[in-house]
Design a protein around this ligand. Structure first.
Ligand code: PLP
Length: 477
């Protein structure tokens, strides 16, 4: 199947090459030229792993042996065999995406990406090592380290901002075991680390290196495609519980940053799943709320630090894929991305805005409201949410209509103990581990085993470097 760039200026490639390349040479993102025909009703009768395999076979047909890859990615790695359970809470349903090895929703995709990448590499007859470079504001780094740990033929370097991630997130990364993993703090903020990684890609372009560089972030179709599964899983769970009948529409509220998670929901819909509205929930960094209501995307504003840091983002890369899907016009997309780059904003034509608004709703929730909802949902229903999920819940409250509502839960509350304890009236003194323990004592919700184990693990990666030394770090491993 041909994959083309959303900007239309790169040659078409097959799906294995799209996974290997990540970004297209013209700076665009790879998308299938047409969405394939798909037996969505049969898919709903399958197990989570089988669902994943069928969806990935349809979208990445040039990667062979998908059943085995899926089995290797997921078997025994998640808390439950259905991977992503949906639980009723009050009038809503909560789709729990954080039951994986690092308690972040990114585990669903980053468990699968190493399998897809190594299979694509084999398919293309590439012998060199692949070196994954990732800058992280917290969750992606650890999920990628666990996913790529000891995968033959691949190594990974993760950079995080020194002092810029939570104590638990830092502990998760610096204690990582494995012979092919490298972690380093960078003096500066997340943008400095991310710019540093981009500069390394630019500096290495066209150079002969002993390895190929690649990226683990959601610009790669191999990271996006595995996320479609849980929309099917959730719908099938509601069917099994008779909350809905086959064909009924379901709305999904998605805590959004880079627009990858919610775009996977839209792809599920295009594959046939009866999805009603997709609700894009932001925090106080509400650039997407403004875009989805006015058609103007304007990144010229300060980036605010919130209690939901994984959504603190001003440029949502995967929105480009939606613009392409709904316009089919690569020249238009290329022009809009040029405007964004050169002027800091763009405006879509009215017809495209109307097409987007027919599929998506949007809203945002600041820290104070998120905290209110964490407290309220805990008091009313005994269910503990993290601040990202609380944004999804708050926006869902405003957008609810006739259809059943699924709120996607993207992180364990134990990754954000301070904010959660504050919301339910607990004492926040002491270390992060004291707070986790206090939250458990207050609520009885078990601490995920991977987080509880961190306290005892030795720190293995304690380096801190200035951003000018990042290239040296990568070349020297
Ligand atoms: C990454 C992340 C998000 C945002 O997902 P996108 O696919 O980037 O929109 C939301 N919540 C948490 C906890 C995350 O780690």
């Amino acid at each position: 199947m041909d994959y083309i760039s959303t900007r239309g200026l790169s040659p078409a490639v097959d799906s294995a090459q799209a996974v290997l390349s990540g970004l297209a040479p013209d700076g665009g993102l790879y998308m299938p030229e047409a969405i394939p025909a798909f037996d969505w009703q049969r898919c709903l009768t399958l197990s989570a792993q089988q669902m994943s395999a069928e969806i990935l076979k349809a979208l990445l047909p040039d990667i062979p042996d998908m059943d085995t890859l899926v089995k290797n990615a997921y078997t025994g790695k998640f808390e439950t065999e259905d991977l992503t359970p949906t639980v009723p809470v009050g009038d809503f349903q909560v789709l729990e995406l954080f039951r994986g090895p690092t308690s972040a929703f990114k585990d669903v995709a980053l468990s699968m990406l190493p399998q897809l990448l190594t299979a694509a590499k084999k398919e293309k007859g590439i012998a060199e090592e692949i070196r994954i470079l990732t800058a992280t504001s917290g969750d992606t780094g650890k999920a990628a380290l666990v996913g790529f740990r000891d995968v033959p033929g691949v190594s990974i370097c993760v950079f995080y901002p020194y002092g810029g991630v939570s104590q638990v997130q830092r502990a998760q990364m610096v204690t990582q075991e494995g012979s092919n993993v490298h972690v380093c703090a960078v003096e500066g903020n997340f943008d400095d680390a991310q710019t540093g990684v981009k500069n390394i890609f630019a500096a290495c372009q066209g150079k002969r290196l002993p390895f190929l560089l690649s990226s683990a972030n959601s610009i790669n179709i191999g990271r996006l495609a595995p996320q479609i599964m849980y929309y099917f899983r959730s719908y099938a769970d509601l069917l099994a519980r008779k909350t809905i009948a086959l064909g009924d529409k379901v709305d999904f509220s998605v805590p959004t940053g880079n627009f990858g998670d919610i775009l996977a929901g839209y792809l599920a819909k295009r594959l046939g799943l009866p999805v009603g509205k997709l609700i894009c929930a932001s925090n106080a960094n509400n650039v997407l709320t403004d875009f989805l209501t006015t058609g103007v995307y304007d990144r010229r504003r300060p980036l605010l630090k919130t209690t939901s840091p994984s959504m603190d983002i001003l440029v949502s890369s995967n929105l480009e894929r939606l613009l392409y899907l709904l316009s089919g016009d690569t020249a238009l997309v290329a022009g809009l991305m040029k405007d964004l780059n050169e002027q800091g904003f763009y405006k879509v034509p009215d017809s495209l805005l109307a097409a987007i608004q027919a599929e998506f709703a949007a809203g945002y929730c600041d820290d104070a409201r998120a905290e209110n909802y964490i407290g309220k949902v805990y008091r009313d229903h005994g269910y503990l949410m993290d601040p990202h999920t609380a944004c999804g819940w708050a926006v869902a409250e405003r957008q609810k209509g006739e259809n059943p509502m699924v709120v996607l839960s993207t992180a364990s509350p134990y990754k954000f103990s301070t904010a959660v304890l504050t919301a339910i009236g607990g004492d926040t003194s002491g270390s992060e581990y004291d707070r986790m323990e206090r939250l458990r004592a207050l609520t009885g919700v078990p601490i995920p085993a991977n987080l509880a184990a961190l306290r005892e693990k030795p720190e293995r990666h304690t380096g801190v470097i200035p951003k000018e030394k990042m290239l040296e770090f990568v070349l020297g491993r």
